[in-house]
Design a protein around this ligand. Structure first.
Ligand SMILES: *[C@@H]1O[C@H](CO)[C@@H](O)[C@H](O)[C@H]1NC(C)=O
Ligand SMILES: *[C@@H]1O[C@H](CO)[C@@H](O)[C@H](O)[C@H]1NC(C)=O
Ligand SMILES: *[C@@H]1O[C@H](CO)[C@@H](O)[C@H](O)[C@H]1NC(C)=O
Length: 523
């Protein structure tokens, strides 16, 4: 869990202030100032003369049973905090400040405080030694303090306090987490936290990004790279080093494509250096909807985004003169990585709709008309309604006459199945003109694909029978069903095609999770 300095300090004044508990815990953890010390050492209650004295390592290795008269609470009130010691050259280090109380007793010659780093398994100890002859303090509580144990940023340490000699069952122990670089004070003064600040300028024409760095360690070279963030940030080849002696702290990096997950990373040239990462394009998500491919051989439509994004994806049908794309049933997918649809109807009206928290976008991969399409026409010839189907590919259709009882439902009256061989010939269906009426519709659905949409034409007029007698063999067009345009396109049956969608949606923020160990720089 990470909080920016700004955030942790101002979060509570924002509304809404939930969850309050969280903010309090992390707010306190990250915003307090670290106490400064000039010298480190040991100290005891006023007037009690104690000393910091190194012990023979083996001396306190095994505990011994406590004398009968030793109080059970001989050690109490262990409290741990972090303190900072800075030298005039402004190098600062972090130390544990361990406090506690001890009941002065003839059998206790001092207190040992140890810290085991759970990362490095390294143990350090400090000894607080009591003078031998101090009868007037007998049975008194003495406050002891040791603050020389040096620790790293965000280190997890296991701290113990023992008597000298080490009596069993009177130990105090506690786990302690040292503040990390998100603490304002630590972030500003501890060397390993100083990871640099990045500013950038994009030259879109020449496709490069100029990065200027500041707030870096002056005695080290500094690395800058471009990377593409999925779970971690993957190198994309652009990398540069700013030499420590360079006065001009700028580099130029080439990029191939602006993507929401394209990030700039900077870090000092030292092992395990903390990195600063800036993802300046993270709001430009509309480019992600363009990576749609169609494989005509396998008849698979695929969307494979170049960056991870949380989007709800479904297929839809775009009616002509209408920009509300109608959802195709059973086509919803909320996969984050790759979405595929097999056997889609390659009509220009078949589109993909993407919805995120930031908005909704529609891309129509077949809109260019370069894929096999079909169309239905309805003509009146003498007293017959002739339905003609044209198709550039083998297809199977279900044609129904239905009675539209309300906006959403059309009650089927008659149904026919028609096969089209994909040749130049039309497939026709002749129906009696007696089927007419304002609510009567002709519905056509392609049934040999998984994803398509019924095309419907309504309102077959009965009057025509009288008003247009003796038209001979000339064709009288009754209804031309919407959506399908000219059939003049050339079949494209080979290879994959990438579509560059033309419709652009809104561009708003989208969150992409941060990775640990890297400081996400806010603009
Ligand atoms: C169509 O539905 C309406 C109302 O539901 C009904 O009155 C009418 O007779 C129906 N027409 C046919 C041809 O079935
Ligand atoms: C439909 O009618 C037309 C004209 O009368 C005729 O040429 C055609 O063969 C008929 N089609 C079918 C499938 O009966
Ligand atoms: C789509 O069609 C193919 C072949 O016709 C079939 O194997 C597959 O299960 C269908 N997929 C879906 C999701 O309906």
């Amino acid at each position: 869990m990470k909080f920016q300095n700004k955030e942790c300090c101002f979060l509570c004044w924002r509304k809404p202030c939930a969850p309050l508990f969280f903010i309090l815990v992390f707010g306190i953890a990250n915003c307090h100032t670290i106490q400064r010390i000039k010298e480190c050492g040991v100290s005891c209650s006023q007037g009690f003369p104690c000393k910091n004295k190194q012990l023979d390592d083996s001396f306190n290795f095994f505990c011994r049973s406590a004398p009968k008269d030793l109080p059970k609470n001989v050690l109490e009130n262990m409290k741990i905090s972090t303190v900072m010691k800075c030298t005039p050259s402004s190098r600062c280090s972090l130390h544990l400040n361990v406090n506690g109380t001890v009941i002065f007793h003839g059998h206790v010659r001092g207190v040992e405080v140890c810290a085991l780093s759970l990362g490095s398994q390294h143990t350090q100890c400090m000894n607080i030694r009591f003078p031998r002859q101090k009868q007037k303090y007998y049975q008194q509580k003495i406050h002891v303090q040791a603050n020389c144990l040096e620790v790293d940023v965000s280190e997890h340490v296991y701290v113990t306090m023992k008597t000298i000699p080490d009596y069993c069952k009177v130990h105090l122990e506690e786990h302690y987490y040292v503040e990390d670089c998100h603490n304002k004070d630590v972030g500003k003064h501890i060397r390993s936290c100083i990871s640099g600040k990045l500013d950038y300028m994009v030259n879109e024409g020449k496709k490069f990004i100029t990065v200027h760095v500041s707030n870096i360690l002056e005695d080290l070279d500094y690395n800058v790279r471009l990377c593409r963030k999925r779970f971690i940030c993957h190198d994309v080849g652009a990398h540069a080093v700013i030499k420590k002696e360079d006065a001009n702290k700028s580099v130029t990096l080439e990029y191939s494509e602006i993507l929401p997950c394209l990030c700039i990373e900077g870090w000092s040239a030292m092992p395990d250096a903390r990195r600063t990462r800036l993802c300046p394009f993270k709001n430009d998500i509309s480019i992600l909807w363009d990576s749609i491919t169609y494989d005509p051989k396998r008849q698979v439509l695929t969307w494979n985004p170049l960056c991870p994004v949380n989007a709800e994806v479904h297929l839809c049908w775009m009616p002509e003169h209408n920009d509300r794309c109608l959802r195709i049933t059973n086509s919803l997918s909320d996969e984050h990585d790759k979405v595929s649809y097999s056997r889609v109807d390659t009509q220009p009206s078949l589109c993909i709709n993407f919805t995120t928290d930031a908005g909704s976008w529609v891309r129509c991969p077949f809109a260019s008309g370069s894929f096999p399409a079909w169309m239905m026409e309805t003509h009146l010839i003498n007293e017959i309604i002739q339905i003609r189907l044209m198709s550039q590919t083998k297809a199977k259709f279900s044609v129904s006459i239905c009675n539209q009882t309300n906006f959403n439902s059309c009650e089927k009256l008659q149904s026919y199945t028609l096969d089209h061989g994909g040749t130049l010939d039309n497939v026709t269906l002749n129906l009696s003109q007696k089927i007419c009426g304002p609510n009567i519709c002709i519905q056509c659905l392609r049934v040999d694909v998984n994803y398509t949409f019924p095309v419907q034409s309504c309102g077959i007029p009965c009057m025509l029978q009288d008003s247009m007698p003796n038209q001979g063999s000339s064709l009288q067009m009754l209804v031309v069903v919407a959506i399908i345009l000219a059939l003049t396109t050339i079949f494209t049956w080979t290879g994959y095609l990438t579509f560059q969608g033309s419709k652009r949606g809104p561009q708003k923020t989208i969150g992409i999770a941060a990775t640990d160990g890297v400081e996400e720089q806010k603009d």
